[in-house]
Design a binder for this molecule. Structure first.
Ligand code: DP6
Length: 364
């Protein structure tokens, strides 16, 4: 059974004479799921546990300036890449309003939020993971600074992860570096449906700096939002089998991550990626998120692996871009493969050379 942490705290409120003003900046990375979260129950509880690599270079950097609210209610402006962004503003206002029991102080302040991503928005790279987790790092940081709570790093991260989950499920995994499980998992004490749980002590060194080169097939807007996609799992006829498969895949992947067994890693993670897309193709309405060039790239990865025997594999997010996963030791050879064989299929002709990273970082 999951025990729900008690984060409702009416005491986290300023007296009117002590309303603060200041600025906080955090960076928080995206993450790539190896066993995928696709399907949820209210409120933001996953239908199956998932596990991810936190990334390093694909992050959101968010500056939050706060001051006393003139209206006496939450006030918020959101700028993305220097431009006021009504869509993100509305989303963030809703998110902050939903947190008024957990962080009552948000209703007393005016926030001016300036955010940027180091990767294209809505391209199937989980921008909500970095975007939501960075906001919760800031809110927990404010709580720590002003109310003296969350002094212990573990408590700080756990609350940030719990709250990030409420904003976007995958975001709860970005609060930690390395390999993170979200969802109660047999045999892994500490895991929970409510927050992410890092499992780095057990992980083989080959995965500690595993590479993820993100091949941008199409950096345009996503055709299906995660919210809609998760919702479609409620009526997908294959959903119950899929949720069981994910549990089995996670149970089988963990030993491979511990022993450095790249063969099992590849078998499970590639199947997860293709199953995620199969779920979209078998939902009603159905979605096809791969592009012809996605398949061109996948075919070439399979052929390259067969020819060279190198442990190069792929995973996909809910979009057309391909994440190429491989050990750091073979980076030079993989770069030649990308530049010679895959570059023609990329649009724009670029890729993001990312790797497993350490998690969020406070900048100011
Ligand atoms: C395919 O976390 O974006 O990336 O909870 O509705 O915000 P919400 O969904 P989101 O879903 C991510 C789905 C995925 C798989 C994964 O990251 O596990």
């Amino acid at each position: 059974m999951n025990s729900e942490p008690h984060y409702l705290n009416a005491g986290l409120k300023f007296s009117n004479s002590e309303l603060p003003a200041g600025k906080i900046i955090w960076r928080s990375p995206s993450n790539i799921a190896l066993v995928k979260y696709w399907g949820k129950k209210p409120v933001q509880i996953p239908q199956n546990p998932s596990i991810s690599f936190t990334l390093s270079k694909s992050y959101s950097e968010t500056e939050v300036t706060y001051s006393p609210s003139v209206s006496g209610k939450l006030e918020l402006e959101f700028y993305f890449d220097g431009q006021r962004n009504p869509q993100f503003e509305e989303k963030t206002v809703k998110f902050f309003e939903s947190l008024s029991g957990i962080f009552p102080f948000v209703n007393q302040l005016k926030f001016v939020i300036r955010s940027r991503n180091t990767f294209p928005h809505s391209a199937g790279i989980a921008s909500s993971a970095s975007g939501m987790s960075v906001l919760t790092m800031v809110l927990c940081d404010m709580e720590r600074q002003f109310f003296g709570t969350l002094q212990k790093e573990e408590a700080f991260r756990r609350k940030a992860s719990y709250v990030a989950r409420l904003g976007s499920g995958s975001a709860c995994r970005s609060v930690y570096g390395g390999v993170v499980i979200w969802g109660e998992t047999d045999g892994v004490p500490g895991t929970s449906d409510n927050y992410g749980f890092p499992v780095n002590e057990d992980i083989h060194e080959i995965f500690a700096d595993y590479q993820d080169t993100i091949l941008l097939v199409d950096a345009g807007e996503k055709k299906v939002s995660s919210r809609v996609g998760h919702g479609l799992m409620n009526s997908n006829p294959f959903a119950p089998g899929r949720f069981n498969q994910a549990r089995t895949n996670l149970a089988d992947l963990l030993p491979a991550l511990r022993t450095g067994d790249t063969e099992t890693f590849i078998r499970i993670t590639e199947s997860e990626a293709l199953t995620l897309h199969a779920m979209m193709m078998t939902s009603q309405p159905y979605f096809l998120l791969m592009k012809p060039n996605t398949l061109q790239i996948i075919e070439r990865i399979f052929a390259f692996r067969k020819k060279t025997g190198l442990p190069v594999s792929l995973t996909l997010d809910a979009g057309p871009n391909v994440h190429l996963l491989y050990p750091k030791a073979i980076k030079a050879g993989v770069k030649r493969f990308i530049d010679n064989d895959l570059l023609p299929f990329l649009s724009p002709k670029e890729y993001i050379d990312d790797e497993v990273g350490k998690g969020p970082e406070k900048i100011l």
